[in-house]
Design a binder for this molecule. Structure first.
Ligand code: SF4
Length: 362
């Protein structure tokens, strides 16, 4: 038995084990993937859950150095869906039996916006018979706002930490209060207190990022007892300050492989959480999302934003599926998931088992 096989037999993984797993290649990598697939099947089964993704607006007050819709990018064409457009998309998800929705925007913190989201949540629930499980991803807000949205029917919240290394975080963000690492962690704790299923994630293959950073990211996610994770390869966007470091980046293929290994290791570390197969995987490899599902992911987010706007919500370059109609997206994904041997949990919200178990323990 070689070192990797020994690690994969262990009950718990040390930081050094994770580093070695992240460094695997060829045969050993496939052993890691097989182990993750086995854990996935045993603990969460082979169902893949859909979250219909509505990119409601790309208006953002922040200036993260890696993001194509940062406030300082004057090349970005800004849009804001109308309430009717959001509700129509939600109804499509409901009628298509997706059972869950994810609404995403840039970060806006004023009263008008927070009230709008509350009203939209109420309206969506009214018009879809209260049958959709709604995830929000709207950045850092006050605990009061999170509570208001929770009380109005959102049940999951995704707030990606992007990197858990404070040093690296500081290289990815402007040095000011609006981009403070500790504040972001506090927001994740607020979300937990309010009662949300809490999701986070990191970027993989960032400039200056080390394998040790990635191992620490996984251990941090485990220590925070996160319920759902969406993490994918970093893809540079030309209209961002971080783009100037493109020469020091790992080749795309290596970033892709690292992302798959991160998903697989996370599945082994946190057996019953929900893990999304991010679209960024597909931006690099046409079969990227399927590969993510095969190594441990169990959630996919078909884009149901009206096609007219989809090209404008570009956090990174080369975003896939921007031209597909929502129906095409559904049919294409269905066929793709069948190819993996998994099946889609139509009509099931697919909440995080990890969350459900924690709640039942009190
Ligand atoms: S990553 Fe999020 S908060 Fe940062 S600029 Fe982009 S949309 Fe805004």
């Amino acid at each position: 038995m070689n070192v990797i096989e020994e690690i994969l037999q262990k009950q718990s993984l040390t930081r050094q084990d994770i580093i070695l797993l992240l460094q695997t290649n060829a045969d050993d990598r496939n052993k890691l993937y097989s182990k993750a697939a086995e854990v996935k099947e045993k603990y969460v089964g082979r169902k893949v859950y859909f979250r219909g993704l509505i990119e409601m607006s790309n208006i953002c007050r922040k200036n993260c150095f890696y993001c194509g819709i940062r406030a300082g990018n004057f090349n970005a064409h800004r849009y804001n869906l109308s309430d009717d457009e959001v509700v129509e998309a939600a109804k499509f998800a409901w009628e298509s039996k997706y059972a869950s929705l994810a609404i995403q925007t840039g970060e806006v913190t004023n009263r008008e916006f927070t009230d709008r989201v509350s009203n939209l949540l109420q309206r969506i629930h009214r018009e879809t018979n209260g049958e959709l499980g709604i995830t929000l991803s709207m950045g850092e807000q006050t605990e009061e706002t999170y509570k208001k949205w929770f009380d109005n029917g959102a049940i999951r919240y995704l707030l990606r930490i992007e990197s858990t290394s404070k040093e690296l975080y500081a290289k990815l963000h402007p040095n000011n209060k609006a981009h403070d690492f500790d504040r972001r962690v506090e927001c994740l704790k607020s979300l937990r207190r309010v009662g949300f299923q809490v999701g986070t994630g990191v970027m993989i293959g960032l400039p200056f990022q080390t394998i040790e950073n990635l191992a620490d990211d996984l251990l941090w996610i485990q220590q925070m007892d996160i319920d759902m994770v969406g993490m994918g390869p970093y893809i540079e966007h030309p209209d961002t300050p971080l783009y100037k470091y493109k020469e020091v980046l790992l080749p795309m293929e290596e970033r892709f492989n690292l992302a798959l290994k991160m998903i697989a290791i996370l599945r082994i570390l946190m057996k019953d959480i929900n893990i999304a197969a991010p679209t960024a995987l597909q931006a690099i490899d046409k079969l990227g999302r399927e590969k993510g599902i095969k190594v441990g992911a169990n959630v996919v987010m078909p884009n149901i934003t009206p096609g007219l706007y989809r090209n404008d919500y570009k956090l990174y370059d080369n975003k896939p599926c921007v031209d597909d109609a929502v129906d095409d997206c559904k049919n294409c994904l269905e066929a793709r998931i069948q190819l993996t041997g998994d099946f889609i949990g139509y009509g099931e919200q697919g909440n995080s088992m990890h969350f459900t178990k924690r709640r039942s323990r009190g």
